[in-house]
Design a protein around this ligand. Structure first.
Ligand code: ZN
Length: 295
């Protein structure tokens, strides 16, 4: 006869053993979520505060986020002021949880916005910088869950190899765009790291934050500057960003008399089930649209 009691006991033991090996990591953005998830595998639970499509610059934490952070063992933020008013840092400090900054070790691009110097927070947009995120995240997981050290390091190695091959692929894809046509116009300055790495000029009317903090906001001067650069540089098409209302880019495209090259994943990745739900998928789709729009 089938022994139900033994089965229940086995299931209970399995649950206990799975739970005892598991740590919970709360992260701020969807990009960090995907990188962390790929390193954590089955050994740690990863929860993201931001959902796909949400804007890290303007986000305001809700009660559920406080609980998520309180129940986590380690907290990971992007840093460089991506999380407007340092909301992730505040959540971690209020809960007394260890905070890891994924951009630690990256030399930030400095942006001069109307005379104010600010660090550009959008560092994940080169695979080279994403590798720094991966190393910081792996280090944090190993520190807080040393029993699974070997698994975290193995997964991180695979991810680093994928990032390296992604970088080679991007270089080869963008090589079909003549240097004089490498002008990337988007809503806000999210693509400076990408532009610097792959030889583009990036210009945006909103500045480096979609919020009204230092360096952010649309000014008539920036808008005019963008329209003028589009005309002067003979830009073929400009791009929406998935997290930002497309109205401004539509108006600019109309003023400059050019087409829109589609929507790029910027401060958020895609919904689950879309090509942009992974870091590599997000970069791949962006590059394909950029090449199609500008070559
Ligand atoms: Zn941004």
């Amino acid at each position: 006869m089938f022994n139900y009691k033994a089965l229940i006991l086995t299931c209970l033991l399995m649950t206990v053993s799975v739970c005892s090996a598991e740590i919970t990591v709360a992260v701020s953005t969807t990009q960090i979520y995907n990188l962390t998830y790929n390193i954590a595998g089955d050994d740690a639970k990863v929860l993201s505060i931001l959902a796909p499509g949400q804007d890290p610059h303007t986000y305001q934490p809700v009660t559920k986020d406080i609980e998520t952070v309180q129940n986590a063992d380690v907290i990971i933020e992007n840093g460089l002021h991506l999380e407007g008013k340092n909301w992730m840092k505040t959540l971690a400090e209020d809960a007394g949880k260890p905070l890891i900054t994924a951009t630690d070790g990256i030399i930030p691009l400095i942006m001069d916005k109307d005379g104010t110097k600010v660090n550009d927070p959008h560092a994940w947009f080169t695979p080279r910088n994403a590798a720094v995120y991966v190393n910081n995240i792996a280090k944090a997981l190993v520190k807080h869950d040393p029993d699974n050290r070997a698994s975290y390091i193995s997964r991180a190695k695979l991810l680093l190899a994928s990032l390296k091959s992604l970088d080679g692929w991007i270089r080869s894809e963008v090589s079909v765009i003549p240097p004089e046509k490498r002008v990337l116009v988007t809503n806000h300055d999210a693509f400076q790291y990408f532009a610097t790495e792959y030889g583009f000029i990036n210009t945006a009317p909103i500045g480096c934050s979609t919020g009204s903090e230092v360096g952010g906001g649309v000014t008539p001067q920036r808008r005019e500057m963008v329209v003028n650069s589009i005309r002067e540089m003979n830009v073929r098409s400009i791009f929406f960003e998935t997290t930002i209302n497309p109205k401004l880019i539509r108006e600019i495209a109309k003023d400059a008399g050019i087409s829109i090259g589609g929507s790029l994943y910027s401060d958020s990745m895609g919904d689950s089930g879309t090509p942009g739900e992974t870091y590599i998928g997000m970069m791949r789709e962006n590059v394909i649209k950029i090449v199609r729009g500008l070559k």
